[in-house]
Design a protein around this ligand. Structure first.
Ligand SMILES: [Fe+2]
Ligand SMILES: [Fe+2]
Length: 136
């Protein structure tokens, strides 16, 4: 079983974003697996970097999507993305220095992913549905 399992509760019904969330989860699970089997630090950091880079790509795509439909909560959503990237970089730096932050990192990530997808990503998804139904 993976560290974080995809679940129908996370489905936004925005296909491109759902696909990206699945990739995000797969990259996070990959990092977790390496850390759990105590792979070399360089390997773990490389996986974490890949996860962070993909997270940035996903956020940029999501922000473009929100901007295209003039989403009213865009600024708030973007600042949540920015603060997550800041947190991730901090964890990355601690890990590089050899601090034992892995447990904290994965707990934080699991909580964040669930809360963010269900709590805030879902709002732009429902906004996009109502916006398309209005233009029909
Ligand atoms: Fe988001
Ligand atoms: Fe997202």
């Amino acid at each position: 079983m993976s560290f974080f399992e995809w679940d129908a509760r996370y489905e936004l019904d925005v296909e491109s974003m759902d696909d990206e969330h699945k990739v995000l989860i797969a990259k996070m699970n990959r990092t977790y697996d390496l850390v759990a089997r105590q792979a070399a630090q360089s390997e773990c950091l490389e996986a974490l970097d890949d996860f962070i880079a993909y997270t940035s790509t996903h956020f940029a795509d999501e922000e473009k999507f929100m901007q295209r439909m003039a989403y009213p909560q865009f600024d708030m959503h973007r600042s949540l993305h920015q603060s997550l990237i800041g947190n991730l970089e901090q964890f990355r730096e601690e890990m590089r220095k050899g601090a034992l932050v892995e447990r904290e990192l994965f707990e934080f990530l699991a909580r964040w992913l669930k809360g963010h997808i269900v709590g805030v990503d879902k709002s732009y998804a429902s906004f996009s549905r109502s916006a398309t139904s209005m233009t029909r």
